[in-house]
Ligand binder design. Sequence first.
Ligand SMILES: Cc1cc2nc3c(=O)[nH]c(=O)nc-3n(C[C@H](O)[C@H](O)[C@H](O)COP(=O)(O)OP(=O)(O)OC[C@H]3O[C@@H](n4cnc5c(N)ncnc54)[C@H](O)[C@@H]3O)c2cc1C
Ligand SMILES: *[C@@H]1O[C@H](CO)[C@@H](O)[C@H](O)[C@H]1NC(C)=O
Ligand SMILES: *[C@@H]1O[C@H](CO)[C@@H](O)[C@H](O)[C@H]1NC(C)=O
Length: 370
Amino acid sequence: MVNEVPVFVVGAGVAGLSTAIRAQEAGFNVTIFAETFPGDKKTIKYTSCWAAANHISVATTNALLHQLERETLSVFLEMLKKDPLIPVMIRPHKEHVQVLGPEGQKQLDHLSNCYSDFRLLEPNELPEGVTKGAMYSTICIDVPRYLPWVLERFLALGGRAFRGTLPSLSALLSEEDRPSLTPFPPTSTNVHPSLNPVAIINCTGIGARSIGDVLDADVYPTRGEVLIIRAPWIKHGLSYYYEDGHLTYAIPRQSGDVILGGSFQVDDWHPISRPEMVKLIKERGIAAYPELLPPDKREARNIADLDVVEECVGLRPTRKGGVRLEVTSLNAHSKSLPIVHNYGHGGAGYQSSWGSAKAAVDLLKSAVNE
Ligand SMILES: Cc1cc2nc3c(=O)[nH]c(=O)nc-3n(C[C@H](O)[C@H](O)[C@H](O)COP(=O)(O)OP(=O)(O)OC[C@H]3O[C@@H](n4cnc5c(N)ncnc54)[C@H](O)[C@@H]3O)c2cc1C
Ligand SMILES: *[C@@H]1O[C@H](CO)[C@@H](O)[C@H](O)[C@H]1NC(C)=O
Ligand SMILES: *[C@@H]1O[C@H](CO)[C@@H](O)[C@H](O)[C@H]1NC(C)=O
């Protein structure tokens, strides 16, 4: 069966790829346009390649995000049931809190509603210096394997993709305004895409600030520095809340790498790591989780013994008011068509990806049927 109705998706991060697949499943003929794709050299403009990533709800006060995260978790669990070998695994995660304040208490209460096997740790299970703790199972996504895997699914469903840097979304609608577009993957024999999509889906992440017919001034980065550590013996994740506000987090990946974080720096665009932050992440990391060090090096607690594979910086696409799942209309080149926005997921783009994709495609279906 050939899908006849063309829809464009702009962006090939976790938001764009997941949305493109849901749109294909709804019967649309989907073409993705993006500057950066999975497998490219990592760049600060492509947040998805830097993510940790696991599912730990951050939707304490955001009902929409909570719903999107909840749906996404069940999609991942369902996928794992069908195929346990996908680049996603279920692991225990521990929360260690030095001093529990009212915000921390709220977050623990919230997590207890999100994860079915959530339990508080007994006092004798807490390490020295930690006054409150919890444990539950959640998913860890092996990002460098997961992104190409999702792209593969899109291509296998007959999806087409083009690489290009768009000055605006409306540029896609006119032969003269279109920037140069090259088929992706380069070996594909994609013909030049139609100029008449029935809708465009906007999944441009932090790029949403620069692509534009109109600028969304509500989008800003929350900068995150993390380290990739080689530590295949690590079997559980950890969030360790220091009394001074620093959060150490560790997320094991299927590959045996562990992400060690981190930082949350509001409106900070600095694209490369800062030595003082790297040092802090290491010091706080081994103090909170000495097992990150090789077994024979744990006694000495020397940061030089961490097996650091890579220093990473990513810009979480944060948005005042939260995720934008909304339809507007675009009038350009004597055409008028709906734009479905799906961007601004901040630090939750993976854990809300499938829920957001479904919501965006529901919006697409009703916009197109009107
Ligand atoms: C350190 C760190 C840890 C994280 N940990 C987690 C976690 O544990 N769990 C979680 O759920 N999330 C996590 N995140 C957040 C997650 O990475 C983001 O929410 C998510 O990757 C955003 O995806 P996106 O598809 O919206 O944007 P992106 O991945 O940035 O993709 C944007 C796409 O749009 C394209 N684009 C933009 N502008 C243009 C243009 N003008 N022309 C053509 N193409 C354009 C880009 O090329 C790219 O393909 C983390 C992020 C960081 C930095
Ligand atoms: C999408 O449309 C193109 C151009 O009309 C067509 O060649 C292709 O087979 C369609 N793809 C799918 C998956 O139906
Ligand atoms: C796509 O979203 C970005 C971010 O808000 C915005 O700048 C751009 O104008 C949007 N495109 C259209 C045509 O609405």
